[in-house]
Design a protein around this ligand. Sequence first.
Ligand SMILES: Nc1ncnc2c1ncn2[C@@H]1O[C@H](COP(=O)(O)OP(=O)(O)OP(=O)(O)O)[C@@H](O)[C@H]1O
Ligand SMILES: [Mg+2]
Ligand SMILES: [Zn+2]
Length: 422
Amino acid sequence: MRQTQAFMPTMKEIPSEAQIVSHQLMLRAGLIRKLASGVYEFLPLGYIVLKKVEQIIRAEMNAAGAQELLLPALQPRELWEETGRWEIYGAEMMKVIDRNKRYFGLGPTHEEVITDLVRQEVKSYRQLPVILYQFQTKFRDEIRPRFGIMRGREFIMKDGYSFDKDEAGLNINYQKMAQAYKNIFTRCGFDFRMVQAGSGNIGGNLSHEFMALANTGEEAIYYCDACQVTLKAKESEEAQPATVEKQICSKCQKEMQYSRGIEVGHTFNLGTKYSAKMKATFLDEKGESKPYIMGCYGIGVSRIVAAAIEQSHDDHGIIWPRQISPYQVIVLPLDVTNEPVKVGAEDLYTALKNKGVEVLLDDRDERAGVKFKDADLIGIPVKVIISARGLAESRIEIKLRKTGEVFKLNTEEALSKIKELI
Ligand SMILES: Nc1ncnc2c1ncn2[C@@H]1O[C@H](COP(=O)(O)OP(=O)(O)OP(=O)(O)O)[C@@H](O)[C@H]1O
Ligand SMILES: [Mg+2]
Ligand SMILES: [Zn+2]
């Protein structure tokens, strides 16, 4: 992509409405813009990252045996009344009325819809287990939408649901999903912990939260890495307390580490909470009618983008983990009015593109300082700098965004170095 043709508006000033660094940087780097409170637009650069996150999740979910589908956002009130959640979800659910005065909820989650689908199609234990998932826009009228897309009123979630004939089956699928989640968050470059937690509005008796460690996180956890023991500190959105209570590891008796965390994923053992209420049953081996044993598995796809920035940035901007970076390489001709510099950059850009490298070319007629600032702000991992002085010595400069490490190489060496780096 050429920056002269890209819709990539950057900002020098720190927007005053943004409290945390990921929100500031997402606005400044032109990843998102606000439409209304808790409602955001993903601009092209941000959307590439979102799609990359989605692709990592999709690959791991499919590998774990789950199948993707797409359910409607519009959900009839009657379905939610079967479980009593039309009342329970209350004001957090956005509602609309059709021309015949029928109520619909804009899906904040999809347990009712998926259970309704499966109860119509799966009648026998032979058809079980089944794991289904989707990527979808969810709507939640949060009391305090904040931190940009971190807590939006409209956001992208991956939600998955498993249906089993017995507890043993659910436990297997629950483990599979937990492992898929660990793979996903590792591939996203996160420092994260899996923590046992309560189950809130969604229900069931056991759940686990996946926390990306970050001091702006709304949650707080304790962990002992020696023993893999973790626990939630409290359910609150309060700012960091002045003093953190000590917590002793139940296994090794040493003091646990404390950290704030951003909830990026959540798995629930639902049991028969929804299937019993919705009479969603199958016939077992003995011909007896039984409710499905369910699990559900959510990931905050858009929240991951913000959490990644929260974990990986510096004073100059974003530092993308390679796997979710919108581009792998940015080529910076420092003066496009200098013909050899321009041609050198164009040639390198074409060579990289032909090799299938995701590359951005800053072909704007801007000062070197402006280009460096923007490149650091948008956080592409590998910068390739082409200057008149470098070319005089037949040298191209490769600079790593994260470490600042510099390599000065000729064109051929530069191409193979870039391949090695990405
Ligand atoms: N308002 C929101 N904006 C962005 N992402 C969200 C929002 N609410 C939830 N998510 C993401 O969707 C995932 C699955 O939803 P779930 O219902 O488990 O969330 P939750 O427990 O209500 O989360 P939270 O405690 O942050 O409100 C969460 O783990 C989180 O990553
Ligand atoms: Mg919530
Ligand atoms: Zn321990």
